[in-house]
Design a protein around this ligand. Structure first.
Ligand code: ADP
Length: 221
């Protein structure tokens, strides 16, 4: 059995997005095989990444020769050329790669990638834009949402809660959210809140709940 966690990851397309991804995977301790058809990109990234190959990723045979078929996770990070992105995903499907992550740049592009057989379609511009919208209009410091319904957010303590002891039942009942973590001004990491903890003005908290409620909670005055 292949152990997916310790195995390498293939990143195809070393543009802005792909190169950041490859660097992050590398920093997390994963072996990265990076592929790009542009000799200048290959040259540029060879110094930073252990394995960089020059190849046209729409060519299945070229991918096979690089050993891509033996790795279980491949990310297609090509954005600008929809044709190259789709043909690459198709070549990977034909090679039998089990986990194909593909980057879409438009909604139509995303639909095609799904139809062709990519298991995970990522849409960084849309996802970042949505997330940023929440961060800009609310007082949240960080925000993750799941299936457009549930969220976990980092925020300052809303004014009305300063000096109040946290009661989980009261919070759920009154605001529909749960405070799961707190970081005091003097601390450098979050810890779980215990029932009855009193919140201070400079505390940063982690709140979870349905998106609307988390959003409303963050803007309480
Ligand atoms: P970004 O927006 O992240 O900069 P781009 O779409 O501009 O993304 O860059 C994608 C990268 O993918 C480029 O470095 C380009 O050379 C590479 N690329 C495009 N087509 C192919 C292909 N057929 N095979 C391999 N690499 C490709």
């Amino acid at each position: 059995d292949r152990n997916a966690d310790s195995e390498g990851v293939v990143v195809i397309g070393l543009g802005r997005f792909g190169s950041h991804l490859a660097e992050s995977l590398n920093a997390l301790g994963h072996e990265v095989l990076a592929i790009d058809d542009n000799p200048q990109q290959v040259q540029k990234w060879s110094a930073q990444l252990a394995q960089v190959a020059q190849a046209d990723s729409t060519n299945g045979e070229a991918l096979r020769q690089l050993g891509v078929a033996d790795l279980s996770r491949v990310v297609v990070a090509i954005g600008a050329s929809v044709e190259a992105s789709v043909l690459t995903v198709l070549a990977l499907v034909e090679l039998g790669v089990p986990q194909i992550w593909a980057r879409a740049t438009t909604t139509q592009h995303a639909k095609i990638l799904e139809a062709v057989g990519a298991q995970h379609v990522i849409f960084p511009e849309a996802e970042t834009g949505e997330r940023l919208a929440h961060l800009i209009v609310s007082r949240m410091l960080d925000f993750v949402e799941f299936e457009g319904a549930f969220a976990i957010a980092k925020m300052r303590v809303p004014q009305p809660l300063v000096g109040r002891a946290i009661s989980e039942a009261w919070l759920l009942n009154r605001h529909g959210v749960r405070v799961v973590g707190v970081k005091r001004a003097t601390e450098d990491r979050f810890h779980y809140v215990s029932e009855g903890l009193e919140l201070c003005p400079d505390d940063i908290i982690i709140v979870e709940g349905p998106i609307e409620q988390v959003q409303r909670f963050s803007t309480l005055t």
